[in-house]
Ligand binder design. Sequence first.
Ligand SMILES: [Zn+2]
Ligand SMILES: [Zn+2]
Ligand SMILES: [Zn+2]
Length: 478
Amino acid sequence: MTKGGMESVELFTTEGKGRGLKAQKEFLPGDVIFAEPAYAAVVFDSLTHVICHTCFKRQERLHRCGQCKFAHYCDRTCQRAAWLNHKNECSAIKRHGKAPTENIRLAARILWKMEREGTGLSEGCLVAIEELQNHVDSFGEEEKKELRADVESFLEFWPPHCQQFGMQLISRIFGVISCNGFTLSDQRGLQAVGVGIFPNLCQANHDCWPNCTVIFNNGKIELRALSKISPGDELTVSYVDFLSLSEERRTQLKKQYYFDCTCEHCKKQLKDDLMLAVKAGESKPSADTVKEVIQLSKDTLEKINKARMEGHYHEVVKLCRDCLKKQEPVLGDTNIYLLRMLSIASEVLSYLQMFEEAADYAKRMVDGYLKIYHPNNAQLGMAVMRAGVTHWHAGLIEAGHGLICKAYAILLITHGPSHPITKDLEVMRVQTEMELRMFQQNEFMYYKMREAALKNQKIQVMPEPSNENAPSLFHKKE
Ligand SMILES: [Zn+2]
Ligand SMILES: [Zn+2]
Ligand SMILES: [Zn+2]
């Protein structure tokens, strides 16, 4: 087996934690440690006709596979690239009469690849697919039932002329999928569109304050360095968003990934004090008042979720404003309940084109995030970008340009220069720089031109606030 681009990392085993990845050389922030194509990947059932089955980009007009009428592609290039993995699937779908669900399709793709390449290590993989972690043994009754149903549907779909695998291996593959399935996002990083298995990536252990990040770009995942990494350092990624108390993160990790996080930030509850900050000094509120406001915040978040689901955005704005009024005299600037409210308020107000109020909230949100997140955090970069666009649309060109530059600097590291979002930011950076220069030379002219531009062409509408959470790293049930 060749290492296929995996020369700079090494697999190791530790007591208790299982396998992990170590750096073999030095890396600097933004370096790509490795890029890995999926061993197998599928588009979610609900999106099979709007997302390309090869590159997972969302496209206006997709070509349909003439044979099965199920697979969709950007163009001939994507279709040709898919054929090796689609050939068996294509005829099985025709035979079966319809395409099975995403889990079954993914398992079938994995087993067809095993049929082609045999079991054991395949090209460029540090670990064989059947050796990946699975938690079948610790499955509860409900999960076991689902597993049996999946195996049954799989057997109905799997053609009799293909290699017949044992029940144990098939169950194991479903366990591997539920344990290691990685969420694939569309090219804007906004929506989860599919799930794939990346055997090397899933050797990287979790840390709430990791030294690496993973980004899906053009059909491959990239493991990118966030800070300076020395040879021998363990490479870690975070499976969850950092913007939760250590206890909440630990609960989520235990529930979805079956382990107790023992990272430095959890052990020492680092940054929890910031995330629970209350107003200090003269006007320090009583413990009871703090408790009350936090309970109110939790209740309001629930009401907001419901109103968002139903598309009642003006109701969301009202709920946010009322809650913020109660929070402001009590909670500190970095309190996560305040930050969550500011984030929703700025997002929804931008969508409603009330940019000035949105910009004010976005600014406070970013100031809080900057104190909590690692400076090279992808979520931070995306939030700064949204705040920059909001300021720009509010006509606050100086602050807008500053935020867009800041977001660009973060995304160069977390996403890299070739990622579509980074490219968008580059365009915005150039555009706002030009407008800023105009503004500095002649403020009056700038506003005149802006007015004229707005009259001729409506400001690009912000995307409708999504009811889904940002795609999580691995494809897990909540
Ligand atoms: Zn494509
Ligand atoms: Zn087909
Ligand atoms: Zn942790």
